[in-house]
Design a protein around this ligand. Structure first.
Ligand code: PLP
Length: 378
């Protein structure tokens, strides 16, 4: 094949992008190794699967996919508004919350405009920012600033990175891939200290895994106080609908209006809208998932400690384990055992692996495989 300069012809901001690296699919590993029965603990998926109510809703509507979905997503937005105590006009639906992050970038970022995020933050923030020509303003953490949660968001470094170019700040709470989190007072003070023209996006993809009666900050409660606040959530994680792609932002109605202007007319698909609404009406599935996750975190944390390894504190449905050596050979060894986890070297954490919580049996299998692999990789 000839080799025309399609790289050079792309927009400069696209030339500089590093693509997102997803968890390795089970089928791919099984094909490569000629094995069966591999397990994947690499993408923070729900080990219980989707809510049965969501499955039922999809079955009931699958015969209607020749029709366009409701482009306004009215039924799902109404249900969300009622559940969250916000106005319908504050909600923006997306093809996953990833889509909503992109909408924010398209509406508020671009050449000469920057977004601030922590160096260990979710990889999508720099991609969304740079894809529209915006400036990625990485805040490098000072380890001494976070003695209780190394690799956590360093709010002092983030605040110091905000300059005249900054239009957006992205932060996830709890964060992925670290699992670390910000406390109520520090997060509130951070938002309050930002210039009012800077949009602050609090990504709460994992908030439903946090104990409901804890003092964890629910940024949704601060929307009236901070008109520059956007809270994003997703049906991919605790609701187990990652494959359907549906998430949302809640913001000031004016911000929602801007996001709506750059949104594709039918960005949330018909089955996703129905399944998400049904999932919202199934708190039992959420509760069972949360309880299974809590037990899984205990099981894996205890298990890795027994192997002499340390893990970061986590309030998500995953845990970052310090292998105490370069993690890549451990990752490869686990693959050969049919266990897929997630390397996080691209997050500046070459000694860690991120492990999603599975069923009790899957977690146990990971721990056995890890023990085996560590014996061979000294
Ligand atoms: C998984 C995840 C999301 C959600 O992605 P979807 O596009 O909704 O599937 C958003 N933010 C973070 C930090 C995540 O880990």
């Amino acid at each position: 094949m000839s080799n025309p300069p399609w790289l050079e012809r792309a927009l400069p901001c696209v030339q500089g992008l590093s693509p997102y690296v997803p968890g390795k699919p089970i089928e791919e590993l099984e094909r490569e190794l000629g094995i069966q029965g591999a397990i994947k603990l690499a993408s923070n998926e729900n080990p219980l699967g989707p809510s049965p109510a969501a499955l039922e809703a999809m079955r009931a509507h699958v015969g209607k996919v020749h029709l366009y979905p409701d482009g306004n997503g009215h039924a799902l937005k109404s249900a969300l508004a009622a559940a969250l105590g916000v106005g319908i006009d504050q909600i923006t639906l997306g093809n996953g919350s990833n889509d909503v992050l992109d909408l924010i970038a398209r509406a508020y970022l671009g050449e000469g405009r920057g977004a601030v995020f922590s160096e260990h933050a979710f990889a999508v923030y720099p991609i969304s920012t740079q894809a529209v020509g915006g400036i990625a303003q990485w805040a490098r953490a000072l380890p001494a600033d976070h003695p209780h949660q190394p690799y956590g968001h360093d709010l002092r470094a983030m605040r110091a990175s905000v300059d005249a170019r900054t239009r957006v700040v992205f932060l996830a709470n709890p964060n992925n891939p670290t699992g670390t989190w910000l406390e109520k007072d520090e997060l509130h003070a951070f938002i309050a200290a930002l210039p009012e023209h800077v949009l602050v996006v609090v990504d709460e993809a994992y908030i439903e895994f946090v104990d409901e009666d804890s003092d964890f900050p629910n940024a949704m409660a601060w929307l009236d106080e901070f008109p520059n606040l956007v809270v994003t959530r997703t049906f991919s994680k605790i609701h187990g609908l990652a494959g359907l792609r549906v998430g949302y932002a809640v913001s000031h109605p004016r911000v929602a209006d801007m996001l709506n202007r750059v949104r594709q007319p039918f960005n949330a698909n018909l089955l996703a809208l129905e399944a998400a609404r049904a999932a919202l009406g199934d708190p039992g599935h959420v509760r069972r998932t949360r309880e299974l996750n809590r037990a899984g975190l205990r099981q894996v944390r205890t298990g890795v400690a027994a192997l002499g390894l340390k893990a970061l504190p986590s309030l998500g449905n995953f845990i970052c384990v310090d292998m105490g050596r370069p993690a890549r050979p451990v990752y490869d060894g686990l693959l050969r055992q049919g266990v897929i986890v997630r390397p996080v070297a691209n997050y500046g954490m070459p000694h860690h692996l991120r492990v999603s919580m599975g069923t009790e049996a899957e977690n146990a299998r990971f721990l056995v495989a890890l023990d085996h692999v560590l014996d061979g990789v000294k």
